[in-house]
Ligand binder design. Structure first.
Ligand code: SF4
Length: 357
């Protein structure tokens, strides 16, 4: 099956070149962008500012929408999981998470957890997506459409996005960086750079590239261990990413961007939740301005995962609190995070195309 030529795969610069090749002036590309991202048209015919000939050329050359909603599951806590189908039958998941103002109960911000791949090659032992293996990278159009489709379906504006859904975004570097460039273009009025977080297991060379890119964003490092030995057990790819090299790339990122870093840490009972771990974690946290989000381990037994995954048990809630206090005692900044959507398998690490009831 031929890969469709989605117009949302194109950054403004690239579209300007294409439109000039069609024989039109380059400012026409901005008119196309405004039709797609401001007016949210579904048909090039509706961009009335364009000459009819150019509209026809666009219709013949590009497709606008790349996703089909195949299932929606709503959680009791207000989060919603979307299952999207791609042109080749592959499926991906996106999670909508509303954050409520404690005083008036109104939604104060909306975060969308988006996918950058179908499946994932990293195969973390605590993650349901890893059990699917790698299927393919998503194009920029497929990543952007997750936001536009949810906004349209719910009639809301997404205020923050996190690349924490399916996939390791830095292994789909070019498409992810192009996506960020399109999303943050001021006239598209989609998102500000500061509202974008990219979660990574730490592909060191790409962290350094991102630091020098046009639009570096907030980094969330999936750390989950304070020793190379345990990290390699739960993140097989970490064999090639030793903690020293990871820390060196993070320091580089901070030096170049001045953006504080977030670490993600899932405590697993009796593996990475000891006093020594708290001490080492605090030491890591002090290397650049940063904080750690401590996240409870969410059950992935519904995937039938085997091997080391089966040995991992969540640290009980009171012990998580104790661990967080110890890290704080040793000088690290800590947030203990709630988890969204556990009842619909939409929580961190649970995305694996389970359709449920
Ligand atoms: S945690 Fe992220 S990198 Fe690891 S397997 Fe899951 S999706 Fe991939």
């Amino acid at each position: 099956m031929d890969k469709p030529n989605y117009i949302k795969n194109y950054t403004l610069d690239k579209l300007e070149i294409l439109i000039q090749d069609f024989g039109f002036e380059k400012y026409r590309a901005s008119q196309v962008f405004s039709g797609l991202y401001v007016d949210r048209i579904d048909n090039f015919k509706d961009i009335k500012t364009l000459p009819p000939k150019l509209r026809e050329l666009l219709i013949d050359t590009f497709r606008i929408n790349s996703l089909e909603i195949s299932k929606i599951r709503k959680s009791e806590d207000g989060s919603i999981k979307y299952l999207f189908k791609l042109f080749d039958g592959k499926q991906i998941e996106t999670v909508y998470m509303p954050w409520y103002d404690e005083t008036d109960g109104e939604i104060e911000r909306v975060t969308l957890c988006i996918s950058s791949m179908a499946g994932c090659p990293v195969e973390c032992a605590f993650c349901a997506t890893g059990t699917l293996g790698f299927q393919r990278n998503l194009t920029s159009g497929e990543i952007i459409d997750q936001i536009l489709f949810v906004e349209k379906d719910l009639g809301i504006k997404v205020t923050n996005i996190v690349f924490m859904g399916m996939g390791e975004p830095l292994l789909n570097y070019n498409n992810v960086v192009n996506t960020i460039d399109i999303l943050t273009l001021p006239k598209n009025n989609l998102l500000r750079r500061k509202k974008i977080t990219l979660s990574t297991v730490g592909i060191t060379a790409k962290i350094k590239h991102l630091a020098l890119s046009k639009n570096p964003v907030k980094l969330a490092i999936s750390l989950h261990a304070t020793t190379n030995g345990f990290r390699e057990k739960i993140i097989p790819m970490a064999k090639g990413i030793q903690l020293n090299a990871l820390m060196e790339s993070i320091e580089y990122y901070y030096r170049k961007t001045r953006i504080p870093v977030t670490y993600e840490y899932i405590p697993f009972e009796n593996y990475n939740d000891t006093e020594e771990d708290a001490k080492r974690l605090a030491k890591i946290l002090k290397r650049v301005p940063s904080r750690v989000n401590i996240i409870p381990f969410n059950d992935i037994s519904f995937t039938g995962a085997v091997g080391f995954s089966n040995k991992l048990k969540p640290t009980p809630k009171d012990k998580i609190l104790e661990f967080g206090l110890k890290v704080r005692h040793y000088g690290g900044a800590v947030t203990i995070r709630d988890t969204f959507g556990t009842d619909i398998e939409a929580a961190c690490g649970q995305l694996a195309l389970s359709e449920g009831a």
